[in-house]
Design a protein around this ligand. Structure first.
Ligand code: ADE
Length: 237
């Protein structure tokens, strides 16, 4: 998997890329490259943003700056890019990331992630250069960098070799093996702490019964989580 992140803060990703599971995925053949909008700005003073037309607070990332960074990276007019690869703008109003979308992205050979800053992107970036708009949740971050890291983390850990044990990604929260439910509770040593005992079944060595117990706990958690989810206003998904 080849991941390109466009950002105003490429140095933030140095720490991220050094983390064990990310470093493992990169050692196994994936790439994570950061491209600075500022470095490719065609404007004087390496300007990247501007005031919104129509007024309002904050600054908007300019379409000409994003175009120049994309052109420098791919050597084509960026309007052609979405036909060739997923180009994903990170913004709070996009499709919300979930395990199914992570699986979909993990199956791609290449991803381009565009972080926004301030008040986000000039809308023409999204309209003309992007295949998707993706949100990591219904709250506003001060920029897309952390969202880009969340996407990279969730996607890279799905790739073979990223985790110490590939089984970890098969039977985990929201996986098909758990019928899309959260993972069952896990315990480790000591078997008793302050009188709190680990469920006996887990110490029994009966793998089939342990499997049934885990599936039942996972289903319970799923039911509880959907009961706690507030209803969405009409028209939202
Ligand atoms: N940029 C700012 N807030 C965001 C969010 N919630 N998800 C993705 N990108 C963002």
């Amino acid at each position: 998997m080849e991941i390109d992140v466009f950002t105003l803060f490429p140095e933030w990703f140095e720490w991220f890329a050094a983390q064990r599971h990310v470093a493992n995925a990169l050692a196994a053949g994936s790439t994570l490259s950061c491209i600075s909008y500022r470095e490719h700005s065609p404007l004087s003073g390496a300007q990247v943003d501007d005031m919104p037309f129509g007024g309002g607070a904050g600054m908007v990332l300019r379409v000409d700056v994003v175009e120049s960074a994309l052109r420098a990276r791919y050597g084509v007019d960026p309007v052609q890019l979405p036909r060739r690869r997923r180009v994903i703008a990170l913004a709070p109003g996009g499709r919300t990331l979930d395990d199914a979308l992570v699986d979909e992205l993990a199956a791609e050979p290449a991803l381009t992630l565009l972080s926004g800053r301030y008040e986000g992107f000039d809308e023409r970036v999204v309209e003309h250069f992007c295949s998707d708009v993706l949100s990591i949740g219904r709250y506003v971050l001060s920029g897309g960098e952390l969202a880009a890291m969340v996407v990279c983390d969730a996607v890279l850990r799905k790739l073979p070799g990223a985790l110490g044990d590939d089984r970890s990604a098969v039977e985990e929260s929201f996986s098909a093996a758990l019928e899309g439910n959260p993972e069952y509770p896990q315990y480790t040593r000591p078997a008793e702490h302050r009188g709190w005992r680990v469920p006996e079944i887990l110490l029994s060595g009966h793998h089939a019964r342990i499997g049934q117990w885990r599936l039942a706990r996972s289903r319970e958690r799923g039911q509880r989580a959907s009961a706690e989810q507030p209803p969405r206003p009409p028209g939202e998904h």
